[in-house]
Every structure is written in C-alpha cells, then in structure tokens.
Design a protein around this ligand. Sequence first.
Ligand code: ZN
Length: 140
Amino acid sequence: MPETIAPPPDLYSASPDGIPKLHGGRCRACGYVFFPPQSYGCEICGASGDQLQPLALKGEGMLKSFATVHLHSGKGIEAPFTVGVILLDDGPAVRALLVQKTDAGLKIGDRMHAVIVLAGADEGSAGANELRFARRESEK
Ligand SMILES: [Zn+2]
C-alpha cells in the first residue's frame, strides 16, 4: 500500500499525574497558545518558523458548551453520544467527545478533565485509544 497519507498528528499523551497532556503550541513572539499544533503561522501575529514552539497543555478546563447526538448514521460510534467544547485552563478551546453518553447532569461551567479510553472495541475490532473528557467527580 503506498504511503501517500501523512500519519495523524500526535495530539496527546498519557501523563504520570493521570491527566493526559494535549500537544499544542505557543508563539514565542506574542505568547498565543494554540491547539492543535501547526506550523503555518501564528493566528494572532503571523510569526512562523521557530517562533512556534511545541507546548504540552494540561488536559483540564471548563465546559463551555455541549450537545447530545441522538441520531447518527455514521459508523464508528453509536448514538447517543455527547460532544463538548472545553475551554482549557491553558487557553485554547477543544471540541471532544465526552465520556458520558448523554448530557444528564451536565452544565456550562463544569470542571472537566481529559481521559484516554479504549473505544470502538467489539468482536471485529480491537479498538483504539481515544481522548475524551469527563466531568470532575467532585462537581455536581
Ligand atoms: Zn504570535
């Protein structure tokens, strides 16, 4: 098979403290922090090249919005599932699947943290690790 498609970027990794790190970047010229990592240029000041540095972002933040999908015709995930936008403490907002399938009990402002889960595992597939977000247990 010809390798014409670049591998997906390495977007996150496990961390000793149990909260996965997201691989983002920071502009050395203006300090802007972004996710996912990119090398095209800073969205704020346009700096490029070695002005854009990798930066590990802590997978913690605040739930900014969420929506539950009840009907879904695509493969790979079964409805219902809930997608959230999490405003990371380090700056960027990320859109991600939440661990909980429905929005029961969720509210804007909930503290969230990243987790790595094994998803898609069934009889025909070993599944793969995916990054999701979960609500902090201590919060209601
Ligand atoms: Zn910049």
